[in-house]
Write a protein that binds this ligand. Sequence first.
Ligand code: ADP
Length: 352
Amino acid sequence: MSDPSAGAAFEALLDHRGRDLLLLVDDNLRIVRAGTEAAELTGRPRVTLPGMSLIAAFGSGPLDAVARRCASSREPQTGEAELGEPAPRTYVIDAIPLAGGGMVLALRDVSAQRRAERARRDLLANVSHELRTPLTSVRLLAESIASGSIEDGPTVRDFASQIERETDRLATLVDELLDLGRIESGETRLALEEVDPAAVVATLVERIRPMADRRDITVGMLPEPATPARAMADAARLEQALLNLAHNAVKFSRPGGEVRIGWSVTDSRVRFSVADDGIGVPLAHQARIFERFYKVDRSRARAEADDVGPDSPSAGLGLAIVRHIAEAHGGSAGASSVEGVGSTFWIEVQRA
Ligand code: ADP
């Protein structure tokens, strides 16, 4: 048996399945060897690649530039490129010159890492934005009071209670963020038990009624299934999720409207539904409302929230929390809605 050769090792690596890949390229930037994955990335049959120029095969300026720098400097070079159609992925490229001429290009897929970095940046931007608005209000109100320019007591008291409302909003935002963080990281352990869906619905109706009364909205129950069933749920978390849905139903309804809450069953799941005849969600936004910080229209959402009071700040986190609670239960959450007609939001958990 002969010793393993470097050539054989390289051939093996070329066809190593994974997200990282290797290419052998000559000094004229023509492909000498490419594996199956590289071929997949170009969308061309593997046999057509040898002899083809890098730029013709991949259509990527940045990839070509790294190889070109390596060919002219004869030094290792690195760069980054988006490769593949129709869903490009991000690769870090190492171009390493070979002693006898040509180079090897090692491509490392960093799409997931870049996505996570982007998500972190977006999160920071969103959090900063949501914090800045109430903070600016508090600052302006406090400045007015401190300047001594307001003489009358009632106005000072009004400013002070506005400050209170804004700080409540900030506190809720921070609580929601911490909560979301805990649920997302899986840190929150659910205390699953058998719960009676009818009792959950009845409690929810009672808890939402004061807020609904204030806005002249009726709260009722949807028809119940004929046969009893039990859900496997962490009762407190389930109630928290449903309360978020019920809050929204009231918040986005018009005075005189009706919110109805109920439950139904399939073979394996229990579905809790909150239906309203409110303003509904425009079709274009429906796919995104469960994302954190997503609001259909900031000015509209803010106006609605102010109308309801300081207990309902609007940061666009409510539905993200609902979805995460549902998923932590091995269930799901969703909505159907018609703009101007109303919405039904639901959360499903396992049936006991
Ligand atoms: P928030 O209510 O804090 O803005 P949510 O995550 O709870 O955030 O909701 C996201 C968006 O989804 C809301 O801004 C609103 O536009 C829309 N939405 C949620 N529930 C309803 C509903 N029942 N009717 C109409 N729109 C809704």
